[in-house]
Design a protein around this ligand. Structure first.
Ligand code: KG4
Ligand code: ZN
Length: 331
């Protein structure tokens, strides 16, 4: 079964062709970083306009690279939410119209389920059940996954998402947007114990997160050391990153232990973080737990993960109505 996936929830216009929910025939991601970086964050109105410009060429490119024609597509899957409404509507309306014109089923997909599915596109997917940490720009959630379509939420952030904390700290230090990748690189030159920031574990046995306190304490440190902090920015970001990574890895490994689960997956934009990948791998392996992390390309927003979700819904004979609407937040 060939599914055309479409993703436009935030600042990437993406399209992909995926076979049987598993084999990526093509995956095109057109980033809008250049549009938004002068503003230090995503400007929703500019994002929607750019999606409008890019959606047709990106879909055409995905079809061409997959070496199939649109007549061979069995279904179209598109992100329904959560995300920016104006951005979602571009991909969503395009997908509905395209499916209608091709006379094939159409499936609206939850973006977060999409991220979880990024591990199923890799060669070594986890066995069920597994626990998964989804850390992105808008979410930090832990789930217990029992099937391709059933994910029990065990924990979430009570304030900022992990990726949001990276972006905000990068903004304070004027390192550019998005901040995660820049901090990851710069932290390699710093000493993670030179400047220490708090580890907000909240209830140590629970699975909720809170990252706004770390961000505030970085801000306080910068205020207090106004005249000198510019001389040791790598140490500051390494200390910040270490605090976030320590909390994330502790919670996900503990979630696996609590559920007696032998597999952990790490997904979402923050799963691209090299220190997080290293630390969770070390800690999971020390406990005899296998760790599954997608390649960097599949950690960030992409449409292959959306096509994979679409495939599994379709296999269960579930598809969406043409009058379905987008949603901005998870209920
Ligand atoms: O999943 P994603 O591409 O989009 C959302 O659904 O939000 O995640 C984007 C987030 C941004 O906050 C970005 O700063 C963060 O992922 N990110 C990283 C890294 N690469 C991207 N955070 C830490 N380290 C990285 N290497
Ligand atoms: Zn995402």
């Amino acid at each position: 079964m060939l599914i055309l996936g479409i993703e436009t929830s935030c600042d990437e216009t993406a399209a992909a062709v995926v076979q049987d929910g598993k084999k990526i025939l093509s995956s095109i991601v057109s980033s809008q970083i250049e549009v938004h970086s002068p503003y230090g964050g995503v400007v929703p109105e500019l994002a929607s306009r750019k999606h409008m410009e890019d959606i047709v060429p990106v879909v055409e490119d995905a079809l061409e690279k997959s070496a199939i024609t649109n007549k061979q597509i069995d279904a179209v899957a598109s992100t329904r939410g959560p995300g920016l409404v104006g951005s979602l509507l571009v991909g969503f309306s395009f997908a509905k119209a395209y499916a209608y014109a091709l006379n094939v089923p159409w499936i609206g997909v939850n973006h977060l389920e999409g991220h979880i599915h990024s591990v199923f596109l890799e060669n070594n997917p986890p066995d069920f059940p597994f626990v998964v940490l989804l850390a992105s720009g808008g979410h930090t959630n832990i789930y217990y996954a029992t099937t391709f379509t059933e994910f029990e939420q065990m924990g979430q952030t009570r304030d900022d998402a992990a990726g949001e904390a990276f972006d905000k700290v990068a903004k304070m230090l004027e390192l550019g947007y998005p901040g995660g990748g820049v901090i990851d690189k710069l932290a390699k030159q710093g000493d993670p114990i030179a400047v220490s920031f708090p580890r907000p574990f909240l209830d140590k046995s629970g699975f909720d997160f809170s990252f706004s306190g770390i961000k505030t304490s970085v801000n306080r440190y910068l205020q207090k050391n106004k005249d000198t902090y510019k001389n040791h920015i790598p140490d500051i970001v390494a200390g910040f990153q270490e605090a976030v990574v320590e909390v994330l890895s502790y919670k996900i490994v503990n979630a696996a232990k609590t559920r007696n689960c032998k597999h952990i997956a790490l997904v979402g934009g923050v799963a691209a973080n090299s220190r997080l990948r290293e630390k969770v791998t070390q800690e999971a392996e020390a406990q005899g737990i296998s760790i599954h992390i997608p390649s960097i390309d599949l950690c960030g927003d992409n449409a292959a993960m959306i096509a994979s979700v679409g495939y599994h819904y379709l296999k269960r004979n579930e598809q969406s109505d043409l009058d379905a609407d987008v949603f901005s937040r998870t209920k």
